[in-house]
Design a protein around this ligand. Sequence first.
Ligand code: MSP
Length: 621
Amino acid sequence: MGWSVHLRAGSSRGDVRGCTVQLPGMTGSLSRRALRLISQLPSVCSFPGSRQQAFGRLLPAGRAPSSGSAVGPSSPSLITTPIFYVNATPHIGHLYSAVLADALYRAKILLGHEAKFATGTDEHGLKIQQAAEAAAEDPLEFCSRVSKEFRTLFQQSLVSYTDYIRTTEERHKNAVQHFWCVLRDEGYLYEGTYEGWYSVPDETFLSDSQVVERKDAYGNLIKVSMESGHKVEWTKEENYMFRLSEFRPMLLDWLKKNPFAICPEKFHHLVVHWLQEEIPDLSVSRQRNRLKWGIPVPEDSTQTIYVWLDALVNYLTVAGYPEDHNPWCSGVHHIVGKDILKFHAIYWPAFLMAAGLQLPKQIYVHSHWTVNGQKMSKSLGNVIDPMERFSVYTADGFRYFLLRQGVPETDCDYYDDKVLKVLNAELADALGGLLNRCTGTRMNPDQVYSPFSTHCFPKRPYMGHSSRATIEDYKMIQLVEQLPLDVEHCFEKFQIYKALEAINFCIRLTNGFFQRHAPWKLDRKNAEDCCWLDTVLHVTLECLRVYGILLQPVIPALANKLLSRLAVGPQERGWRHLNFLAKYHNSICPFEGRKLGPDSGLLFNRLERTDKRQSKAQGRC
Ligand code: MSP
């Protein structure tokens, strides 16, 4: 990782509030302020900010900032995606961040929690200024156009945000300027001269050790960021610095006390590893004559606020900062890609500590998608446009693929053949096939939620009983019963792919159950057979109802189709309505005997490979 700033000594112009000047190069000894902060660490809140009360935003005295246990299950959650740069149109990487967040949000709601879900667009900075110039468009019009593309994508992919923030909105400008004034008044900003590398595409400062030489397309030697490969340029300007270096001990302490603050674990360790080294102070403004497209520094019209400080504050803006953010600040969950971990796990908590605000409860980090083994890039022409894919796979199909195959710990490779295989096997055949089997008119001529017989399927298998239920059936029931809890835990651990793996495993078991008992071979005229047939159908329908409910966060439209077919009403789809196989447990099943919902066709159509589709269209098949 890299530490962004290296100030050249002798450049400081003194603290804005007239505090002692502290040059960032002086890392050997800690300032008095830092020592004061550290001495506060074990007690009260682990972060400073003497004006805490003024904003009424902190934890009660004696409570350490928490990323987990301190917040009870009833505290509301705020789920956020990163806000997306508008210099490029949306691709699958962006959609992945958004559907991960959407699935977590939907799961929270289904579990009965209070939650909000925010996404939006990041519209300031040099990168956007240059992109608008290149497009010969007015910057705000340019931003509005691309921001709308993201919004459309999210609407089409059923990303159910409750707030869509644009950093060019007035409410955000107010929040950022207010936040700036708090940092300034707390003494965490000072004026200095920044001299170092800057990467416009990453909007980040880089040290010498983070930069390497490369040849560009014309054979010229250029310097690029080691991490992103983006070209960097040398920058020297006077601007405001944030005393980031003082926060290293407190950041480490926060991570030590909250081992699940950053998830998956590997990213937690990575941040701890980064924090083993000194961290320089951070330049948090740019000269206005270089960067016009941004929020001006309050009371200094020559400076624009650094785009990352501006962007990160969006999380407070959506919480209602500076007025009504309190209730939403104790349960913040950020979903971020690994490329922006440093900003969220170091800069952001440090800013929040400085402003006396609560730290995020959790930062969920995901890795990246490559395409056919290569990094996605415009120049390679391999950028996957999700909307284009929706016409083939459907939005739900695409969401399912991303969440089923995306493993946050590691990069994942996208190729269309893989999408096709996963969707055909799991949505069309396993899930859709199972629904067909128990709702088709041949198997279920009365089109009802068939009755369950405890005589045919007694609670405990015992020797000598005439029940046809097998040990495998009992095992399946046990696993489906346990499934909601397993799924909930997987969601908590940001392992949605594992939740889907578990659901898919149970779907296969239920298909096996159906196959094993071959109800199509039973004789409806024989009372015993009929009773068993209904019971097999009932068990299958109950399993499907559980899968439908649990799959709602991932494939909301398909789950709706499935549950509607099973005649499960909109008010009966929460986690608390699961109550799997009530009759088996000798209680009342509200679904038994209900007329099934209308048949709206196959749950998910099998997909064909593009070459086959093309030759069919040309009449060659
Ligand atoms: N604007 C900043 C975020 C500011 S949040 C305060 C930004 N925007 S971005 O548009 O570049 O990226 C948004 C998200 O998309 C990030 O989480 C990033 O990791 C994700 N992805 C971009 N490319 C990606 C892949 N190829 N694969 C997966 N996700 C990646 O960063």
